[in-house]
Design a protein around this ligand. Structure first.
Ligand SMILES: Nc1ncnc2c1ncn2[C@@H]1O[C@H](COP(=O)(O)OP(=O)(O)O)[C@@H](O)[C@H]1O
Ligand SMILES: [Mg+2]
Length: 247
């Protein structure tokens, strides 16, 4: 459902993504792990066309996208098919939980108000936030805020859900409630691209793991293989450093 070929991104002299290729099948959960600064967030931003790449082509379903010059129409079409969950939630602070979701559906996806209301109620129930429907983000715990952000991302029924370290801004005791929501989405067959330092989460959810290091995938395979039998020293040392996050 998603393929990327030859994705290269530089910031000045720094090659952040070096000729990356990636395929995700429908219903698959692919996890990208790797050291900080390796290019994970940049990769996700390129896929959602938040910034142009220097080179690369993407297909998303029947869309063929020049990642260097996607064009306005294609950019909108891609964004409509992708839900994005950020590390820092990125909720609009002056809008309630429900309004954050309604705005996305109505202004981002062209829903009529009654359908948007119905869908917002559905996804708020899915993330177990009924009692926070009319709450403003500042009054929410990190776990609640991230669940609201996930509700907003899945409300338009995206083909692909991208999550960028969805639990890493949370206090440890709040990660469980967010992980439970992500797991529920997984059992519903949502296609996901999950960047995480939480190796335990990747191990539990992902069909396939890729290790991104200095802009290249240095390792790739079924999650058990990569985690239990890493082939490179760099992967081994990364996994060692995040050992406290294996469970
Ligand atoms: N807008 C930017 N301008 C300049 N350098 C950037 C920018 N965004 C990211 N970088 C650099 O690109 C590299 C990869 O960053 P990032 O994709 O955030 O890595 P990760 O998410 O794996 O930690 C880092 O060296 C970072 O400093
Ligand atoms: Mg990052």
């Amino acid at each position: 459902m998603l393929t990327i070929e030859g994705l290269t991104k530089r910031y000045g002299a720094l090659v952040v993504l070096d000729n990356i290729s990636l395929t995700i099948e429908r219903g698959e959960i692919v996890s990208v792990i790797g050291p900080s600064g390796g290019g994970k967030t940049t990769l996700l931003r390129m896929i959602d066309l938040l910034e142009p790449a220097d080179r690369g082509e993407m297909t998303l379903g029947d869309l063929v996208v020049d990642l260097k010059r996607p064009g306005k129409k294609t950019t909108l079409a891609v964004r409509r098919r992708i839900g994005f969950v950020f590390q820092q939630f990125n909720l609009f602070s002056h809008r309630t939980v429900k309004e954050n979701i309604l705005d996305a559906l109505i202004y981002g996806h062209g829903y009529a108000k009654p359908e948007a209301e119905k869908r917002a109620a559905e996804v708020i129930a899915m993330v177990d936030l009924e009692d926070k429907t009319d709450a403003y983000p500042i009054t929410l715990s990190g776990g609640q805020a991230q669940r609201a952000a996930i509700a907003r991302a899945i409300a338009p029924s995206p083909d692909l859900l991208i999550l960028d370290e969805p639990t890493s801004a949370l206090d440890p005791e709040l990660t469980g409630e967010v992980i439970a929501v992500i797991k529920a989405l997984a059992t519903q067959g949502m296609t996901m691209l999950l960047v995480t330092h939480h190796i335990g989460l990747a191990r539990e959810l992902a069909d396939r793991v890729l290790v991104l290091d200095a802009g290249r995938f240095i390792e790739e395979g079924p999650v058990a293989n990569v985690l239990e039998h890493p082939q490179t020293d760099r992967t081994r040392s990364f996994l060692e450093r995040v050992r406290n996050l294996w469970r």
